[in-house]
Write a protein that binds this ligand. Structure first.
Ligand code: ZN
Ligand code: ZN
Length: 138
């Protein structure tokens, strides 16, 4: 059901969103920036066309976390919701865990594995990339 709208939101419920259209990519990011932004050991992301995202409630707050990168979070509870990179025009990444049904976005790769915490053990067969998935898998 690729075109069925999918909804999600932040922890406190102030921000609610809906996205339509196919998932373009899904990955687990181990980078330090994602870890800091979320407080977690890694962050699963799903990528969509930004034009297909609509806010149903609330508004997001934006933070420029590194050059060209803007992260969106709930201004009330701080839940990390989105990631946009100027190098990927028209796309937006959404935290898989903020969806009402996170089970539908299984990851296809691990990225920024060079930043991975030493006690995080990857035990799947997905491709792993030192940085982004543009390079060769390690
Ligand atoms: Zn919230
Ligand atoms: Zn990251």
């Amino acid at each position: 059901m690729p075109d069925q709208p999918r909804q999600g939101g932040c922890l406190c419920g102030a921000v609610r969103f809906e996205i339509t259209g196919p998932v373009l990519y899904s990955c687990i990011c181990h980078c330090q920036s994602c870890r800091k932004a979320s407080g977690g050991a890694y962050v699963p992301w799903a990528t969509f066309e930004k034009a297909r995202l609509s806010l149903l409630a609330g508004d997001m707050q934006w933070f420029r976390s590194s050059p060209g990168v803007t992260r969106g979070h709930c201004p009330s509870c701080g839940t990390t919701l989105t990631y946009e990179d100027e190098d990927r025009t028209g796309q937006i990444d959404i935290t898989v865990s903020s969806f009402d049904d996170p089970t539908q976005f299984a990851p296809v790769a691990h990225i920024w594995v060079e930043d991975k915490l030493p006690w995080v053990c990857i035990d799947d067969e997905l491709p792993r990339y030192a940085k982004t998935a543009d390079a060769t898998a390690i």
